[in-house]
Write a protein that binds this ligand. Structure first.
Ligand code: PAF
Length: 283
């Protein structure tokens, strides 16, 4: 497995792979890899002859006062996990190469980025779409894989790829959970043991919403109320949002159906966690 830091070197290598007719799969990450990333990499391994994982804590998607400085970083540990998952190339650029002095170009997806995390984290998705577009231009993948835990991010990236005619097939992969239901996230590393326990209220609340839906409940406001009650019963939890939206348009719904996305963002202590489910789907 090779580790490449230089943008130019990565671009030349990708050009050479393409000239040889090799299919490139990309798993974009911010590092501190976990089993969720490994599942994307294993699937990527089966979709490309060359598997690239990017590791870049992208400053452009963090707002003032967010956790850019404290975001966990460990390239040595990440390299071991990526090698085990079959990665051929890690692309780990420096921020000064990705955003050199004079940088002033941004990719903006409009309506889809307004609600949910876009509402609570202004500018976040502009940073995400810009860096993903740049990664596509540098790594030149045929296919790129993203987890459904960041549901809105996946929807926004699909929109950008379609709108800007990018020749990259976007693959969304199921949320990977710990045995007790907690959705895997690099930010789980921030949680104390007590907070880790409290954080289970997210997956429990989604489970409850699903059970009620399967029992015939269709009133979105009532489903939301039940979720809110379950989460607020947890003293360490502070709700950022609890929303029921159409899984494709992300428009709010009054009546839930199989295509309704239940999306949550909750602060446990200082750690902001997100989770979601689509009511008609298993994961
Ligand atoms: O999901 C992430 O880890 C990041 O948002 C991504 C897609 C790698 C862009 O920085």
């Amino acid at each position: 497995m090779e580790i490449i830091e230089s943008v130019k070197e990565m671009q030349s290598l990708a050009t050479a792979f393409r000239a040889e007719g090799k299919r490139i799969a990309l798993v974009p990450t911010m590092g501190y890899l976990h089993e969720g990333h490994a599942s994307l990499m294993r699937e990527g391994r089966s979709l490309g002859e060359i598997l690239v994982a990017s590791i870049f804590v992208n400053p452009a998607q963090f707002g003032a006062g967010e956790d850019f400085d404290s975001y966990p970083r460990d390239l040595e540990r990440d390299s071991r996990l990526a090698a085990e998952a079959g990665v051929d190339v890690i692309f780990a650029p420096r921020a000064s190469d990705m955003y050199p002095p004079g940088y002033q170009s941004w990719v903006d997806v409009e309506r889809l980025t307004l609600p949910l995390c876009g509402g609570s984290r202004p500018g976040h998705f502009r940073g995400v779409t810009t860096v993903v577009c740049k990664l596509f231009n540098i790594v030149m993948p045929h296919t790129a894989l993203f987890g459904k835990k960041d549901y809105q991010q996946l929807a926004v990236i699909r929109r950008m790829t379609a709108d800007l005619n990018m020749a990259v097939e976007i693959v969304g992969m199921p949320i990977v959970r710990e045995a007790d239901g907690l959705a895997m996230s690099s930010r789980n590393a921030y949680l104390t043991p007590a907070e880790r326990e409290s954080a289970l209220c997210l997956s429990r609340a989604l489970g409850e919403a699903r059970t009620l839906f399967r029992g015939g409940e269709r009133d979105a406001a009532l489903l939301r109320e039940k979720i809110v009650a379950l989460i607020t019963a947890e003293p360490a939890a502070r709700i950022d949002y609890v929303e029921l939206r159409d899984m494709e348009t992300l428009d709010e719904v009054a009546a839930a159906n199989e295509r309704t996305l239940v999306a949550l963002a909750v602060k446990i202590g200082k750690t902001r966690l997100i989770d979601n489910c689509v009511l008609g789907e298993e994961n």
